[in-house]
Design a protein around this ligand. Structure first.
Ligand SMILES: Cc1ncc(C[n+]2csc(CCOP(=O)(O)OP(=O)(O)O)c2C)c(N)n1
Ligand code: SF4
Ligand SMILES: [Mg+2]
Length: 299
């Protein structure tokens, strides 16, 4: 079923000894991303947990070249790398701008929107751990309603998560996809595919984070799977405007039933003060978005 299941790249691009936390969803995702993109990849990195993972110059566990950029300018800096490579005639290189949700939804949105509008020839991937984790779990535009963060410690976050996928889809880019490190083959296949497409490719990564979300480090994959099986995070791709479910979401759309959202919520300390009203609202928005996707998949 998966075109690359027997062809997974065995080479490791992240050597042992990174500074990421135990059980980090970003570490898992990044490992598979680099396996899919292979050599000839340059990564642009804004201030974030990814920056911490890469370490302090002159040492790093990552064996592809990377450029540290400023928070707001990751997409603009990556566009500069693309232009430089073009000028040198190096067309075999892949440029990956990899930003956190803060660096995508909030402070990086302007440079990303400009680059996507110009159909810049790069992959922009957002690893969404749903808060500013590197600086101590402040709320971002990606933080879900009902979550405790260090900037919403009493009442929980009241505003809903921004629908960033719709914002990116409105840029009419050639490729948009969602992935989860809990489903590595789906993730791997999508990055392999994205590498072959020219223009702006946007990939959204659901990124479970044990300390920020409040679950045991051994449960990263379990939490990632629950996000997909409750329909909160849907695996799909939109290629030249055509929507299709992939991986576990595809089998669930064909013959499955979504698990109740409470199964996901009750496993994370960040939701401990979520009200029943907030949970009902979140469940109803999961249901209506799932039905929207089912209709799109039919059409
Ligand atoms: C202009 C600017 N504002 C604030 C900071 C401080 N800062 C560094 S990393 C970070 C959080 C990044 O959050 P996100 O993009 O979600 O990535 P994560 O830390 O969750 O991996 C912040 C606020 C900064 N480096 N530059
Ligand atoms: S805070 Fe979360 S995203 Fe950041 S390194 Fe730790 S587990 Fe990974
Ligand atoms: Mg974040």
């Amino acid at each position: 079923m998966h075109e690359n299941i027997f062809k997974i790249n065995e080479k490791e691009y992240i050597l042992p000894g990174s500074r990421a936390c135990q059980g980090c969803g970003l570490s898992l995702a990044y490992r598979y991303i680099l396996k899919a993109l292979r050599e000839n990849t340059i990564v642009a990195i804004p201030p974030s947990c990814l920056c911490v993972l890469h370490g302090l110059y002159p040492t790093t566990p990552v064996i592809v070249p990377a450029l540290n950029t400023t928070f707001a300018s990751n997409a603009a800096s990556a566009s500069g790398i693309v232009a430089g490579l073009d000028a040198l005639g190096k067309r075999e290189m892949t440029v990956l701008a990899l930003s956190g949700d803060g660096g995508t939804y909030d402070i990086g949105i302007q440079s990303l929107s400009g680059a996507a509008e110009r159909n810049t020839n790069f992959i922009f991937a957002c690893y969404d751990n749903e808060a500013y984790m590197n600086t101590g779990t402040q709320r971002s535009g990606a933080t879900p309603q009902g979550t405790i963060t260090t900037t919403t410690p009493i009442l929980t976050k009241q505003d809903p998560k921004k629908d960033f996928l719709k914002i990116m889809e409105a840029h009419h880019i050639p490729y948009l996809a969602t992935v989860s490190p809990a489903y590595p083959i789906d993730l791997y296949d999508k990055f392999v595919k994205a590498k072959k497409i020219r223009g702006t490719r946007y990939i959204h990564i659901d990124t479970p984070c044990p300390p920020g979300w409040g679950f045991p480090t051994r449960d990263t994959v379990k939490i990632g799977k629950l996000a997909v099986e409750t329909g909160l995070f849907v695996l799909f791709e939109i290629e030249n405007g055509r929507f299709r479910f992939t991986g576990r979401s595809k089998t669930m759309a064909e013959r499955g039933k979504l698990l109740p959202l409470v199964n996901y919520v009750k496993k994370q300390r960040r939701f401990k003060d979520m009200s029943i009203e907030q949970l009902k609202k979140a469940q109803s928005s999961v249901n209506s978005r799932w039905n929207e996707y089912l209709k799109r998949a039919e059409g």
